[in-house]
Design a protein around this ligand. Structure first.
Ligand code: CA
Length: 227
């Protein structure tokens, strides 16, 4: 398999350079660009496997770039931010990034995160299967969800949540477990578990007649009803 191609969009050139150097050392193919507009062009042209995207960028900011990429592709997007208060926005429904890293960061941290993300993507590929529960059908390989035979458009995160719940086979998952499985966080990291509730609420809304299959377990988290 060819090495994964990573696109870095970061206007702090020394930072972009350090990342590129270390990623290449790990065997990734790396492309760096320094503003949002060029970032989008490079995304279209180069078809990277993952994008590392700074929030504060000249021309088009990171949020806009993220949103635009998300409309076209499900590839992993990792955002870089210098401000903790941006985290909720980054992971929120509107922009749909997969992960974030706050500046300043260690190169080791970045490497560990990227590896975890690629591992999740590969797991996804390996576990190609489809399930059917009642009137809900989920095709993990094609990323398709149908309710009563009609396609439902879930966001990548909503799809991941559904997948985790299905994989748990009816067992309740705590919010912490869901965070860890979907974002790869450990409990010590600061992230608002309400983000999960937002994603689940949106997902339920989209599942319509099958919404009740995603059951809230009071004071714990969520589980899937399999019957
Ligand atoms: Ca910047």
């Amino acid at each position: 398999m060819a090495a994964e191609k990573i696109l870095i969009v970061e206007d702090e050139k020394p930072l972009a350079k350090v990342l590129k150097y270390n990623l290449e050392k790990e065997g990734y193919r790396v492309l760096t660009v320094f503003d949002g507009k060029t970032g989008l062009e490079a995304f279209e042209k180069e078809r990277p496997d993952l994008v590392i995207l700074d929030v504060m960028l000249p021309k088009t900011d990171g949020f806009e770039v993220c949103k635009t990429i998300r409309q076209r592709s499900k590839i992993p997007i990792v955002m870089l931010t210098a401000r903790k208060e941006e985290v909720d926005r980054i992971l929120g429904l509107e922009f749909g990034a997969d992960d974030y890293i706050t500046k300043p960061f260690s190169v080791r941290e970045v490497m560990a995160r990227l590896k975890a993300i690629f591992r999740r993507v590969l797991d996804k590929d390996a576990a190609a299967a489809a399930v059917r529960m009642g009137n809900l059908e989920v095709d993990f390989e094609k990323y398709e969800v149908r309710v009563h035979g009609r396609p439902v458009q879930l966001s990548p995160k909503e799809f991941e949540f559904l997948k985790c719940l299905i994989a748990a086979g009816g067992r309740a998952l705590t919010r912490d477990e869901l965070l860890e499985k979907v974002w790869g966080y450990d409990k010590s990291m600061e992230i608002d578990t309400r983000t999960i509730d937002q994603h689940i609420a949106r997902m339920r809304e989209k599942l319509g007649l099958e919404a009740e299959r995603v059951v809230t377990v009071k004071n714990v988290g969520y589980r899937i009803r399999q019957d």
